[in-house]
Design a protein around this ligand. Sequence first.
Ligand code: DC
Length: 229
Amino acid sequence: MKDIIVAIDGYSSCGKSTMAKQLSKLLNYHYVDTGAMYRAVTLYLLRNHIDIHHPEHVKEALADIQIAFDFNEYTQTQITLLNGENIENEIRVNPRIASTVSDVSAISEVRRFLVKQQQLLGSVKALVMDGRDIGTVVFPDAELKLFITADPTIRAQRRLDELKVKGQNTTFNEVLANLTKRDHIDTTRADSPLRKADDAIELDNSYLSKDDQVSLILKLVNERKSATA
Ligand code: DC
C-alpha cells in the first residue's frame, strides 16, 4: 500500500491537532501542525513590535524567521522552534497570540511564506498536516481530505478545559468570544479563507469520542491507501 497525504482542515479548537497527532502516531507518519507556524510568526512580530497593518514591514521581518519542529522523546510531543528557541508553551498560552494570530494569518505575505515551507514538507508522502487551507491550497491533490467541525459551545468548553490545565485564568464567555472572532476572520479573509474542499469529507465531532473518531479516520486512510496502491 502506498503512503498518502492526509489533509485536515477545520475550525479552531475542534480537536484537529490532537486527532492528527494520534493518527500520525498510529500510521507512523510525519505530522505538521501549520497553526503552530502561524503562531510562531505572530510571536516574532509581537516581540519585535512589527506593525501588522504594514505588510511591507511584515515581509521584511519574515526574512529573519526560521521555524522548525523538534520531537521531545521524553514527553512524546512535538515542539515548535522559532530561530532555534523552544516556543511551544508560549504560543499556546499567551493570550496575545490567540487574539492576534488570525489577523496575522490573513496577511498574504505570511501565507505565501508558510505555504511554500509546508509544500516542501510534503515532498515525501506519509504525512498528516492540519490547518485551515491544507486541502484547498497547500495540497489540493491530497489523497484524503477531512473537514472537521463541532458545535461552538462544545469547542469553547474544550478549549477552556485545556487552558485551565495549563494554569490560565479565563472564562467560558471570553473563550467563546475569541473563538467566534477567529472563526469569523478565518472564514471571511480574502486570501485562502477556511472552507471545505469540494472533495473533503466533513466530520462533526461534537458528540464523537476521540477513539471513535480516530478509528473512523483510520478506516478512511486504509481505503485511500489501497486505492492509491
Ligand atoms: O490551529 P490553530 O488554532 O493553532 O491556528 C491558529 C491560527 O492560524 C488560526 O486562527 C488560523 C490560522 N491558520 C491559518 O490561517 N492557516 C493554517 N493552515 C493554519 C492556521
